[in-house]
Write a protein that binds this ligand. Structure first.
Ligand SMILES: [Zn+2]
Length: 390
């Protein structure tokens, strides 16, 4: 099933994927999802926030389902597994349940969440945040992409109705339990020597935008003494973030910078930089951002914040037993955010299954998972679903 997705949104120069939410690539992936759901006779629904649901059985608030899935969008220049592995494995696990002759006592759903990565509008897990009411629709609709198009514009362009986005209790009530399978984005399972693990916690994490303002001017005719060059304080901020991260025991990354006007022969007037900070301890992440904000002469705005997610312990342990085979699957903390974390925060019993990533590399074309490990993930997920939908 990964095969027909291999070309969608792929940059031939790098081998990386660019699958922005509501882009032509994303719409093609949505078509693929609809086709896979139809092939299995699943009832297809797209909710008001653009999340896709394929249902085996008919869920209702009185009979909520066991849902599994992930997302199909990618970071820019991402890998083939982050997201799609969870959706493909969800369909494959359903196939396995059917092959085993399982008749679920509750409906089983396959989900694909919209804009998990936040590559286009800067807010990750947009679909699940809107669904659960953790993101205000007014704020979401006004978010702009690099071309200046708002979410409202691009949703309208894709034939959707942006005015209807927002918390969706009707859809939420259909989700009894959510299990997301995901390629691991670290080397925890390599260290454990196991193909499959289970999530313990998701580190608290956030994104902040730093706007350094100066005065745009000519690179040749402006004397050094007369310059107000925002590139200089920005440049000092990057190693400062690194040093403060080490001091506070967290990780911090500046992975996106926008320079305006962005000419090689002009002093910039504005440098915008995005800081991503995460760590096991919320106070430490906050302290890093506070220290950096105090040092940097910039306007700082928090674009997103996700508190620590501790997955339901009983569900987690049940998954570890069922997914692990003879020995319970290892339980791993992760620094990556996921829709499962958003749902857990909103009170939906949620859990995650991780599949080994031999290099640990993710958000890069080099991201990889071995075929045998992917298959072990599908078997583990099927076991989990069979257990949960009894
Ligand atoms: Zn992901």
């Amino acid at each position: 099933m990964l095969e027909p997705l291999a070309h969608v949104g792929r940059d031939p120069a790098t081998g990386g994927y660019v699958r922005d939410a509501w882009s032509p690539a994303d719409l093609e992936l949505r078509e693929w999802f609809a086709g896979e759901a139809a092939r299995r006779g699943l009832g297809l629904r797209e909710d008001r926030n653009g999340n896709l649901w394929g249902w085996w059985g008919d869920p209702s608030p009185r009979r909520p389902g066991v849902v599994t899935g992930s997302h199909l969008d990618s970071v820019r220049q991402g890998g083939a597994y982050d997201g799609p592995l969870g959706v493909v494995s969800a369909f494959a696990a359903l196939d396995l349940l059917k092959a085993r002759g399982v008749t679920p006592a509750v409906p089983v759903g396959v989900a694909c969440f919209t804009d998990e990565e936040g590559a286009r509008f800067g807010v990750p897990c947009m679909g699940s945040r809107l669904l659960t009411g953790l993101l205000e629709p007014e704020r979401a609709l006004g978010l702009k992409d690099d071309d200046g198009d708002t979410l409202a514009d691009v949703m309208t362009g894709a034939g959707r109705r942006p005015r209807t986005i927002g918390r969706d209790d009707e859809t939420l009530a259909m989700i009894g339990t959510f299990v997301e399978l995901h390629v691991e984005q670290g080397r925890g399972l390599v260290t454990e020597g196991r193909p499959v693990g289970v999530a313990g916690t998701i580190w608290p994490h956030g994104r902040w935008r730093f706007d350094f303002r100066g005065r745009a001017d000519h690179a040749g005719t402006t004397r050094l003494a007369d310059r107000d060059d925002p590139m200089l304080p920005f440049a000092r901020m990057v190693p400062a973030a690194r040093e403060l991260a080490a001091r506070h025991g967290v990780v911090a990354t500046v992975g996106k910078v926008r320079v305006s006007p962005g000419n090689a022969n002009a002093i910039p007037g504005l440098v915008s930089a995005w800081l991503d900070a995460r760590g096991p301890d919320e106070a430490a992440v906050r302290a890093l951002v506070a220290d950096l904000t105090a040092e940097a002469p910039a306007d700082v705005r928090e674009e997103s914040w996700t508190p620590v997610v501790a997955f339901d312990v009983a569900l987690r342990d049940r998954l570890a037993r069922v997914a692990g085979g003879d020995t319970p699957a290892p339980i791993l903390a992760t620094g990556a955010g996921h829709d499962a974390g958003i749902l857990a925060t909103a009170g939906v019993p949620s859990a995650m299954v991780f599949v080994r990533n031999p290099t640990g590399v993710s958000h890069s074309p080099d991201e990889h998972a071995e075929q045998a490990d992917c298959e072990a993930g599908v078997v583990a997920l099927a076991n989990v679903l069979e257990d949960l939908c009894r």
